[in-house]
Every structure is written in structure tokens, then in C-alpha cells.
Design a protein around this ligand. Sequence first.
Ligand code: ZN
Ligand code: ZN
Ligand code: ZN
Length: 348
Amino acid sequence: MDELGVDCLLLSVGADLPWLTGYEAMPLERLTMLVVPREGGATLVVPQLEEPRVEPQPEVFTIRSWNETEDPLELVVRSAGHPRVAAIGDQTWARFVLGLQERWPDTFLRPSSDVIGPLRAVKDAAEIAALQDAAAAVDAVAVAMRDRPFGGRTEVDVRHELAERMLDAGHTRVDFAIVAAGPNGASPHHEAGDRVIGDHDLVVCDFGGSLGGYSSDVTRMYSVGEPTEEVADAYAVLAAAQARAVRAARAGVPAGDVDAAARSIIEDAGFGGRFLHRTGHGIGIETHEPPWIVRGNTVPLEVGNAFSVEPGIYTAGRWGMRLEDIVVVGSAGPQRLNHASRDVAIVD
Ligand code: ZN
Ligand code: ZN
Ligand code: ZN
């Protein structure tokens, strides 16, 4: 905050608040807001009925609960004073942002991610251990699915099994479970539907959730029967591209170079136009957070960055494929957190 000239940090819904305090605000119409002035103590303004969920941490913040007839923005203004520059949580409801703007017409508001983003992007040992636990749990699911039948089942049915297995493996929350069979695989974020998985379908399974407060995210491929030569050849290109991008994930390397490492192999094989998205996203409390592994991102990677490496090749109307691992930038080089077999699983 000192470096950026930010007088006050205001955190509401979103991941910055739990990252700093362990408390996650309910996404309600009632305002929860942590007020962190540059000097002095922090105050958590919280609805009275939510207060029992707050674990008091007097060394971190003072709790100021508000009852139904009080104006919570007034309490925020009282705790924050009159900041020249305030950084406000990126996901704060517009209603509250507009209310603060009205009370502080000459205050410059900027996103809290300017302050917190670079801090959250560098994981400490406990955070990496939490990401590792989450990765191990989805790896176990990915491996178990290799022995399960896919043919004759709907995508939704497989999706249900993935979700159940994630919870059984210790996840407290399932965030997504993409099951995309045959031509549906060509849509990277396909919603599982009632398509019955058929013979020779190639199936993308991309799933993740939250375990111990940190996120998992993995993609593995399943094929009902032997894949065609065309699919097998394309997958060899994809796997080589993914491995090369993982090797490129070193401290000091611009994030965009990791994208380029994967993309150049896919382009050289003639599939460039079919790799529709960035190579990856940071991961932590949120599934998607900085650093962004995307062309043009010149921000150098740092030891402690954690992100996905997930190139894909999508052939409209026919098939799609993606391969995704979470990678941590270590002082001795890149470290994969996912270890489930990367071979296409041949399933019934
Ligand atoms: Zn995605
Ligand atoms: Zn994913
Ligand atoms: Zn991902």
C-alpha cells in the first residue's frame, strides 16, 4: 500500500478477504467489508447475523457488527476516514462501490488486485502443500476413472460420478466438472449434457474444486476404444507441447513465454488455429487468478507462482482434447503437482 500510495484497502466478497483473514464474506445484499487503513488497525464491518461465523482475531482486526437499522457504509466511512486513494475488492457489489463514490466524490478508487494480486500470486510453503493435497485428490479421481466404463452413459452421469468422487476424496466443494464427449469436446467449456457417450468417442474430463481452502484443476482424456490414428497423432503433439511449456516454467521467464512454448509446437504441427485459448491461469484460493499464462504477458515468473499448463486442440464438429497439470515455479525449476498418467485412457 505504501509503494502504491494506497491509503485504505476495502475488501468484501471475493478471495482477498479469506486470503488475508481466513473469513469469507457471504455474497449477500448485506455488506461485509474489511477496512485496512495504511496506518492503524483493521476493522471488519459485518452484519450482526453473520458475526457468529467470524472467528475473532483481535490481533488482526476489530469486529464492528451492524444491526438491520444501521447504515454499514457509514461504518466503513467512519473506519476509513477520508482516503485519497482506496483499493476496493474487485468483486465488490457495484451498489456498495457506487455508495462509497457518493460519499467520497474526490477519492480515487482502484482494484484491490493491484495491491493483493502480486502477493497472492507468490505462494508460501503451506499454500503449495495445500495445492499439492488438492491436486493429489483429483489425481486419484482421474486414475480411478481409467477403470470405469464411459460408453452408453450420458455426460451428465459421468459428471455426477466425478463430483461424487471429488467429495469422497476430501474436497469441500466441487467447482466444475466438464465432461465433453465426441464433437462436444471441441467446445472447451462445454456443459455436460444428455449426450450418450458412444463408441470411439474421445472424452475430455476437466474437473476441480476446493480442498482445505485451495483449488484443484486437472484435465485428462478418455477414449471409448482405441483412438483413431488422427487423434493419437494430434494427442502426441498436445502432450509434447504441454511438456515443453512445463519445462519453460522457470523463475525470470516472462509468463507469455510459457504460452509460446506450447503454442509453437502446436502451430508447427499445423494445429495453430485450433488452440483457442491461453495456455494457463494462476491457481490458489481461486481456480483462476494471476499469473495469466497468455501471449503478451511480459511479467516474469517468480519462485512460488502456481498455475495451470493446459494447451488444447479443438476440431469443430468432431473432437477436442486438452491436457492440464498444475505447475509450481520452484527454485530448482518447475514442479508438477499432478502426477496421474497423461496417456489417453482406453475405456469401455
Ligand atoms: Zn477452463
Ligand atoms: Zn481445468
Ligand atoms: Zn484450468
